[in-house]
Design a protein around this ligand. Structure first.
Ligand code: DGY
Length: 434
């Protein structure tokens, strides 16, 4: 145990940068990513609390004046990544950060529960509470941004306008949306496929879609109302919303711990009720027995199972019956004995691809949220299996970005794919084992 933890510490320390942030993986991801940065902080917190604080402080420092927090902060120049700051042009937004270059899209709002977990981990509780006290309003403002600008139907559910905002970048979920679009063929040089085998990354045509949505947002200076009106991609994501709900809960707990702030607590509680009821009424699919995504642009559910379908377990939104159903669905469709849990897409579906990024492989951050979610509902057997599978995948293969779910893998000697020495795999292994 000590040995693997030491290896994980090495991965994190090697990826830590002078500017006070940590890259997800050398070459492939040379900047700071929003949700990565949250999970990474949890790893540091177990052995170097200052780095954990710096990681959070740095990403929150890139917040815009309207509360928005971007998905990538370009702290440095790099020619190993596309699309970089010249493509994104986030400064077009009048309230964008003057201090940092970034993208104009966001990622799941993890920082509420990250702050709460940092508090749990820290030995010096008062010191951590002082730190949280300095940072928490930024996280609160980020939630206000979402409810104010992205809750189109005032039902407590906030939309994402780009697949990169979901975190599950090239999920087969989006294929149906791509058929409604016909973007131009962009000329550009891919960088990701010079670090990682192309069979494990999104296709060129998928990138055309990704870039086209950004171009539409840029044309309107990243104005939220215009994006809501015009983006061909406008989705309610059960993962994104579950994380928002879980983070609301964490903010309420932390504000109560700090004392005062009643107006903020009231706001969060009120939104929380709406979000939970929105999630259960609009995103639960009875037939599939799990949560699904909703395509707002075309006004229909996207009826596929993926690891995000179970993420609401982590939020506490499902009642005991729903939680039981989620666990049954997971076990039945994702959990046969020949597989590690939890594939990122339904392994029984013909769009499943065990090697391709978010089209099937297992991701450690999803497993971490599912583990805590199942535990929260007392579904401990399945929780323990997810944790054991996560540890075994890393111990056997290394700190990869994602993993093949097939226990006997006919295609490759390793089950580890994508970037190696990947920060959140290392960070969450530490959190699992400590
Ligand atoms: C990528 O470049 O694949 C990133 O995941 C985008 O966030």
């Amino acid at each position: 145990k000590e040995q693997i933890i030491n290896k994980a510490i090495q991965v994190l320390d090697n990826n830590f940068q002078k500017g006070g942030f940590t890259i997800p993986s050398k070459g492939l991801y040379p900047f700071q990513w929003k949700w990565d940065s949250g999970f990474i902080a949890l790893g540091f917190a177990h052995y170097d609390i200052d780095k954990a604080k710096q990681e959070v402080e740095t990403i929150l420092d890139a917040q815009w004046e309207n509360g928005f927090i971007p998905h990538i902060v370009f702290h440095n120049d790099s020619d190993t990544y596309f699309p970089g700051p010249e493509f994104h042009q986030s400064h077009l937004h009048p309230l964008a950060s003057k201090k940092y270059r970034s993208t104009g899209m966001t990622q799941p709002p993890v920082f509420g529960f990250i702050l709460e977990r940092l508090y749990e981990i820290a030995d010096d509780k008062q010191d951590m509470l002082d730190f949280i006290n300095k940072q928490i309003d930024k996280v609160y403002d980020n939630h206000v941004y979402f409810y104010k600008n992205r809750d189109l139907n005032q039902d407590g559910l906030v939309y994402i306008y780009h697949n990169w905002e979901s975190g599950t970048d090239n999920s087969p979920l989006w294929d149906d949306i791509w058929t409604t679009m016909n973007p131009p063929e962009y000329t550009f040089e891919r960088r990701d496929t010079s670090h990682v085998d192309a069979s494990q990354r999104p296709s060129k045509r998928e990138y055309d879609h990704y870039l086209h949505i950004i171009d539409i947002a840029k044309e309107h200076n990243y104005d939220d109302a215009k994006i809501a009106e015009l983006s061909p991609f406008l989705v309610l994501d059960p993962l994104f919303n579950a994380i928002l709900i879980r983070s609301n809960e964490a903010l309420i707990n932390l504000y109560q711990q700090i004392g005062g702030h009643q107006d903020k607590i009231d706001f969060l509680k009120q939104q929380q009720l709406k979000s939970i009821s929105g999630l259960n009424s609009k995103l639960f699919n009875e037939e599939l027995g799990a949560y699904v995504h909703y395509d707002l642009r075309n006004d229909r559910q996207i009826p596929y199972l993926c690891s995000s379908s179970f993420a609401p377990l982590y939020s506490g939104a499902p009642d005991a019956d729903k939680a039981k159903r989620l666990a049954e669905t997971m076990l039945k469709r994702f959990g046969d004995e020949g597989r590690y849990l939890c594939a990122s897409f339904d392994p029984t579906h013909d769009r499943f691809n065990p090697k391709k990024y978010w089209r099937g492989p297992v991701w450690i951050n999803m497993n971490w949220m599912l583990y805590h979610g199942l535990r929260r509902h007392g579904i401990n057997d399945l929780a323990d299996r997810i944790k054991a599978d996560s540890l075994e995948l890393i111990e056997k293969n290394g700190f990869f970005e994602y993993f093949d779910s097939r226990k006997s893998n006919p295609d490759s000697e390793t089950n580890g794919y994508g970037g190696n020495n990947f920060s959140w795999s290392a960070a969450l292994l530490i959190d699992f084992l400590k």
